[in-house]
Ligand binder design. Structure first.
Ligand code: AP5
Length: 213
């Protein structure tokens, strides 16, 4: 199963992707997570990416393509992948098609998680995540404490979750990433639009039902 999770910042791609990865037993490749890890480690790539991420802008393709190629070629990804945060532009979608084609693989499904912008702004103001294991929480929907329930590390708030940056990320999403829905319509790959403005479990059941149908 090679699938793409599409959706605005905070739509729940990471949350649903983690649940799906466990359920379908394939890894989640999240370009945002890979970039944040590089920022934390202070690598050259991380220093380059940070300028764009903090401004809510897309990181250049010259940085992104190599990361995705490497992740797709890892042994863990042989059975398939759940792509979260990639592709984000039509050019990235075309590059993905070429990468999968070179590997003799196909795209099996695209799931768009739809959530209204105002829900997103509220959600992202309450997001907390674990820098060690990546588990994501929300102070609005769960009784989130200060430490990760899985590994005990102190939870942090993402730098790009400040409201002005969230609003810029939403603009970039609507102008640059949302057109991918049209790009993939009629491309011969099942495209499922799910309402993401519901409890996490309901969204998950809906996605699974559509993938199984
Ligand atoms: P990235 O990390 O990919 O961020 P994003 O797409 O903006 O998505 P988020 O991670 O913010 O949200 P999500 O949809 O995963 O939501 P989550 O599950 O966490 O990218 C960050 C930056 O990296 C970009 O701005 C760009 O600079 C760069 N970048 C990354 N990929 C790139 C690429 N391909 N090309 C160029 N640049 C790239 O949920 C959000 C919150 O809501 C959480 O607190 C969660 O607990 C809560 N929540 C989730 N579901 C629900 C629900 N159903 N009900 C209530 N709360 C919920």
């Amino acid at each position: 199963m090679n699938m793409i999770l599409l959706g605005a910042p905070g739509a729940g791609k990471g949350t649903q992707g983690a649940l799906l990865a466990e359920r379908l037993d394939v890894p989640k490749i999240a370009t945002g997570d890979i970039l944040r890890d590089a920022v934390r480690r202070g690598t050259e790539l991380g220093r380059e990416a940070r300028k764009y991420m903090d401004a809510g802008e897309l990181v250049p393709d010259s940085v992104i393509f190599g990361l995705v190629q490497e992740a797709l070629e890892s042994p863990a990804a042989e059975k398939g992948v759940i792509l979260d945060g990639f592709p984000r532009t039509v050019a990235q979608a075309e590059r993905l098609q070429a990468m999968l084609g070179d590997m003799g693989r196909d795209l099996d499904a695209i799931v768009e998680i739809a959530v209204p912008d105002e829900t997103i702004v509220r959600r992202l103001s309450g997001r907390r995540s674990c820098p060690s294991c990546g588990r994501v929480y929300n102070v609005h929907s769960s009784g989130t404490g200060e430490r990760c329930e899985s590994c005990g590390d102190a939870l942090v708030q993402r730098d790009d979750d400040r409201e002005e940056t969230v609003r810029r990320r939403l603009e970039v999403y609507h102008s640059t990433t949302a057109p991918l829905v049209d790009h993939y319509s009629g491309a011969g790959v099942p495209l499922h639009r799910v309402d993401g403005d519901r409890p996490v479990g309901e969204v998950q059941s809906d996605i699974l039902a559509r993938l199984e149908s």
